[in-house]
Design a protein around this ligand. Structure first.
Ligand code: ZN
Ligand code: ZN
Length: 410
C-alpha cells in the first residue's frame, strides 16, 4: 500500500513547508490545528476539535479489531530561526508579556505532516485492515502539559479503549533511518524551585543575620553529591542547578534565596530517590544554618518517563525491519523528555516511541568522518535545526503506517 505514497507526497511536503514557515508557541497552535481537520474528514475520520485548547482528534473505525492511537505534537519554540531555508520562519509571537521569535526548532512540523499523511494512506487502504485508528494532534509538548490538557478536557471519553499507543520524533540522525528501543528511551524530567529563608541585616553585621546566600551556596555544593554519591554508577541521572538568585546590593544581607534546578532520570525508583535526597539536603542545610522558617520546595515542568513496552516495541521493530531493511536499527537512549506517555498511562495501554532521522545523510557522513557529529549536526532546539524534506517525510509517514498496520493488518 505504500506504493500509494507517491500521489500524496506533494501535499504532505507542501503542508510541512507551510507549517515550518508558520510555527506557533505552546497552547497557541490555532493555525496549525486548523490545517488538520479537513485532511482528516477527507480521509473519512470522525473529527473532534478544540480538545485541551487546540488539540484535534480523528477516529477512523473499520470493523472489529484493536484500537491503535498515533500521536503528533504541534507546538514550536521561542527560537530565532537561522537555517537560511527558503521557507524559514520569520514569525514572532507573544510569550507572557514579551515578543519572541518562533521556530519549529524541534521538528513538530514533521510530526504533524507525517501523521496527516499516514492517516490519508491508511484511509485509502481500508480494505487491508480492520480495527480502529485514533490520531491525536496534541498541543503544548514543549511545556509538558498538552497531553494532560487533552486528557483533562475529556479525551478518554472521545477515544474510548485504546490497545496500543505510538509516537515518533525526528532526531539528528541520518534521514531515512528509523530507530526503536525497548525500555527507558527518554528521561523523566523534574524542575524544582526552592526558596530558603534567612534573616536580613547590614552587610557589616553578620552576627545579626542568617545569611541565605551562604545557605544557598552550601545547598548547591552539597547537591553535587546526590548523583555522585547516592546513584549507582550505571544508572544515568543528571541534577543541574540552573538558577540561583538572592540579594540586590553588596552591603545588604538578604532575607531569602531562590534556587531552580532540573533533574533527569531513567527509572522511577531513581527519580524518587533523587527528589527525596534533594529535599533531605535542603532541609538539613536550612537547619544547619539556623534558618528561621521551613524552606519551600515546588515542583514544576514535570515530564513522565518515556518507557517503551517490550512487547509493543518488539512487534514494531520487526515490522520496521521487514519494511525498512537495514535502515531500521536501535535508537540510543535520549536525554530529552516528552509528555507523550501521559496518554498511554491514562488509557492503561502499552506504548512505544521511536525516532526517525532528519539530517542530510551525506552531511551526517561527513561529520562522522571528521569525528564532529556533536559539533556539526544541528540538534533539536537549535536555531540551525533543519530536517531535509526527503527522505525525512516519506520515512515518517511510512513508519506510522507500518507501525499501525503491525496491529491493524488483516
Ligand atoms: Zn522539543
Ligand atoms: Zn520535540
Amino acid at each position: 500500500m505504500l506504493g500509494g505514497l507517491c500521489p500524496q507526497r506533494g501535499w504532505i511536503e507542501d503542508l510541512y513547508r507551510d507549517l515550518h514557515a508558520h510555527p506557533e508557541l505552546s497552547h497557541q497552535e490555532h493555525r496549525t490545528a486548523a490545517l488538520v481537520p479537513d485532511r482528516l474528514r477527507d480521509a473519512g475520520c470522525e473529527v473532534h476539535e478544540g480538545i485541551g485548547g487546540t488539540g484535534v482528534v480523528g477516529v477512523l473505525a473499520k470493523g472489529p479489531g484493536p484500537t491503535v492511537l498515533l500521536r503528533a505534537d504541534m507546538d514550536a519554540l521561542p527560537v530565532r530561526e537561522e537555517t537560511g531555508l527558503p521557507y524559514a520562519s520569520t514569525v514572532t509571537a507573544t510569550d507572557g508579556d514579551t515578543e519572541v521569535p518562533v521556530m519549529h526548532a524541534c521538528g513538530h512540523d514533521v510530526h504533524v505532516a507525517c501523521l496527516a499523511g499516514a492517516t490519508t494512506l491508511l484511509a485509502q487502504a481500508r480494505d487491508q485492515w480492520s480495527g480502529r485508528l485514533v490520531v491525536v494532534f496534541q498541543p503544548a509538548e514543549e511545556t509538558a502539559d498538552g497531553a494532560r490538557a487533552m486528557l483533562d478536557d475529556g479525551l478518554a471519553g472521545i477515544v474510548g479503549d485504546v490497545d496500543v499507543a505510538m509516537a515518533q520524533h525526528v532526531l539528528p540522525m541520518p534521514a531515512g533511518r528509523v530507530g526503536t528501543r525497548t525500555g527507558a528511551v527518554l528521561s523523566a524530567a523534574d524542575s524544582m524551585r526552592i526558596t530558603v529563608h534567612g534573616r536580613g541585616a547590614h552587610g557589616s553585621m553578620p552576627q545579626a543575620a542568617v545569611d541565605p546566600v551562604v545557605l544557598a551556596a552550601m545547598i548547591v555544593v552539597r547537591l553535587q553529591t546526590v548523583v555522585a554519591r547516592e546513584v549507582a554508577p550505571g544508572d544515568p541521572a543528571v541534577l543541574t542547578v540552573g538558577s540561583i538568585a538572592a540579594g540586590s546590593k553588596s552591603n545588604v544581607i538578604p532575607d531569602h534565596a531562590v534556587l531552580q534546578l532540573n533533574v533527569r532520570t531513567y527509572d522511577e525508583a531513581t527519580r524518587a530517590a533523587v527528589l527525596a535526597a534533594i529535599e533531605r539536603i535542603v532541609r538539613a542545610e536550612c537547619q544547619a544554618s539556623g534558618s528561621p522558617a521551613e524552606p519551600e520546595l515546588e515542583l514544576f515542568d514535570r515530564y513522565p518517563l518515556t518507557e517503551n513496552d517490550a512487547g509493543v516495541t518488539g512487534r514494531v521493530a520487526e515490522a520496521f525491519a521487514a519494511f525498512f531493511g537495514d535502515r531500521a536499527g536501535e535508537l540510543p537512549q535520549q536525554s530529552a523528555s516528552e509528555d507523550f506517555s501521559d496518554l498511554p498511562r491514562a488509557f492503561g495501554a502499552p506504548s512505544t516511541y521511536w525516532g526517525i532521522g532528519g539530517t542530510d545523510p551525506d552531511a551526517y557522513a561527513r561529520a562522522q568522518e571528521a569525528g564532529r557529529v556533536a559539533q556539526d549536526v544541528p540538534v533539536n532546539h537549535s536555531a540551525g535545526f533543519a530536517p531535509v524534506v526527503q527522505p525525512t517525510l516519506d520515512t515518517g509517514v511510512e513508519a506510522l503506517v507500518v507501525g499501525a498496520l503491525a496491529w491493524l493488518h488483516r
